[in-house]
Write a protein that binds this ligand. Sequence first.
Ligand SMILES: Cc1cc2nc3c(=O)[nH]c(=O)nc-3n(C[C@H](O)[C@H](O)[C@H](O)COP(=O)(O)OP(=O)(O)OC[C@H]3O[C@@H](n4cnc5c(N)ncnc54)[C@H](O)[C@@H]3O)c2cc1C
Length: 297
Amino acid sequence: MIVVGAGIAGLACARELVDAGLPARVLERGRVVGGRLASKRFGGRYADIGAAYLTADDPNFQGLLDSWRVAGLAHPWTDTFAVHDRGHAADPATGPMRWSAPGGLRSLAEDLARELDVTLGHEVRDLPEADAVVLAMPGPQAERITAVGVPQQWSPVLSAVLTFPERTWADFHGMFVNGHDVLATVCDDGDRRGDRAPVLVAHSTGDFARPHLDDPAGAADEMAAAVRELLGLDAPADVAIHRWTFAQPSPQEGKFARKGNVYLCGDAFGKPRVQTAWLSGRAVARDILSEHGPIDL
Ligand SMILES: Cc1cc2nc3c(=O)[nH]c(=O)nc-3n(C[C@H](O)[C@H](O)[C@H](O)COP(=O)(O)OP(=O)(O)OC[C@H]3O[C@@H](n4cnc5c(N)ncnc54)[C@H](O)[C@@H]3O)c2cc1C
């Protein structure tokens, strides 16, 4: 079996296949696993530049989070986010427990990838030959490999990592920013990771990201100014921008799509969340196993 994409969906799929005794090879174009479950090093420290946190309402995914907690890889972060609504502070939003990772969220993908056959730096351009091929990625990326014929709508996001000389803001965990031209969320990465580093990560709105996709770095000043204004900060910050062209899908029906022996899975099959991607990848593996396995090695 060949799984293309080592994001959480591809890794969940491969893990399930291999655990059931069916060999699976994962091909990933990037230099690291994780996809949008992404942590990048800035001055020797990881900041989470993709998914901001994990939430679970599926018992199996919750079980995975609990196992990561026991292993020291993940921890419950907060159930409360500050809210800024059309220029004003609003009541905080209490929601599900949001989980984060002391080593950065990508460390969780690395954990799933342990002992899997993953080839990094391998961009798949043509459909590989295999009993089953799993395209575990946004639909528009899969379309570059083969016509899967599953229309999906995606929005872009720019992530800005702001590293300050010191922490000068009033304590908050994360903030939903509603009705803002530039910002959608701001998270305290030092609080999230637990090391209290003076690092904020802001996510843009899709509308702000769209005209900046060809030159994301050109958005740095505007995003930094928006964060400073929002939090009343004077200090300068080092700013790094990461572009996510396919960041957020509009949810579609089903757990995955299938055309012959080619599968498409990922977070478009439900709420655009890490849990959805994990469940989607696992559902594909079970479909494959229902036809090809499990086998005894
Ligand atoms: C800015 C941002 C904030 C988010 N916030 C949250 C959040 O707070 N909570 C939450 O639950 N979710 C959040 N998400 C969504 C979450 O990150 C995704 O749901 C999840 O990571 C998707 O996993 P995936 O495996 O489906 O896709 P991806 O992570 O996109 O993985 C696809 C993989 O396929 C690889 N690939 C693509 N094309 C090829 C090719 N031709 N050959 C080889 N490899 C290829 C890519 O490099 C990538 O590694 C956020 C996403 C973004 C971008």
